[in-house]
Design a protein around this ligand. Structure first.
Ligand code: ADP
Ligand code: TYD
Length: 202
């Protein structure tokens, strides 16, 4: 039996990473074998591509192709082997991020992204996606406190507003897969919500 594929999404600073690690611990405490990974990245080659994506100037077309090139390697080397072994894969971002950032944020045509998606990972989509929603201004304030900005995090609130709208279109197209979480709730309240949802399918 194949393991489950669970993704965490949201604009930068929404709180994904904070909750992904905790979610992984919850699975381990239930004796579920788990692999925590991230995009862009998650394999040696894809981590190198991540450095380019986060720090080097490039056109939208190059950005989109690099995102999917990194994803293909990540899938071949990390995600698919883990799922085949029966492990659960928790992934910090996946293709919904491409629709939201390159599509919503930067204006890449949805059909172009869909074509690359069907080429790079036909038939694979997350079983569950937790989408953390916070206002762009709140996310920006959290980021300023937490770390130095990369090429995406340096974008303004209007960009992140378009990214959020891109996510909203993804939810509307596939509502059963998504759980939308108000990322301004306390960490404890979010954990309770995640635990309850996990219990509904585990
Ligand atoms: P992301 O992975 O979505 O970019 P992080 O998990 O790195 O976000 O969180 C960004 C910052 O916000 C961190 O400093 C983190 O401690 C803080 N944070 C995360 N969740 C919450 C929350 N529910 N309430 C307040 N601060 C939070
Ligand atoms: P992330 O690791 O979430 O950054 P951080 O931990 O600093 O929040 O993601 C790195 C950046 O990559 C993020 O700003 C969004 C961007 N990204 C895309 O633009 N498209 C994609 O398909 C993916 C997976 C990420």
């Amino acid at each position: 039996m194949r393991g489950r594929f669970i993704t965490f999404e949201g604009i930068d600073g929404a709180g994904k990473s904070t909750h992904l690690d905790w979610f992984g611990e919850q699975l381990k405490s239930r004796s579920i074998p788990v692999v925590c990974t991230r995009e862009p990245g998650g394999s040696d080659l894809a981590e190198q591509v991540r450095e380019l994506l986060l720090h080097r100037p490039m056109s939208l077309e190059t950005e989109l192709l690099l995102v999917f090139a990194a994803r293909r390697d990540h899938l071949e080397r990390t995600i698919r082997p883990a799922l085949v072994r029966g492990q659960w894969v928790l992934c910090d971002r996946f293709t919904d991020s491409t629709y939201a950032y390159q599509g919503g944020g930067r204006g890449a045509p949805t059909e172009q992204i869909a074509t690359l998606e069907s080429w790079v990972h036909p038939g694979l989509k997350p079983d569950r996606t937790y989408l953390f929603h916070v206002d762009p201004a709140i996310a920006a304030a959290r980021r300023t406190q937490a770390r130095a900005a990369d090429r995406f995090e340096s974008e303004d609130d209007a960009f992140f507003g378009r990214v959020a709208a891109g996510y909203a279109r993804r939810v509307a197209a596939d509502p059963d897969r998504f759980v939308v979480i108000d990322g301004t709730m306390s960490v404890v309240a979010i954990r309770e919500l995640l635990e309850k949802d996990l219990a509904s399918y585990c």
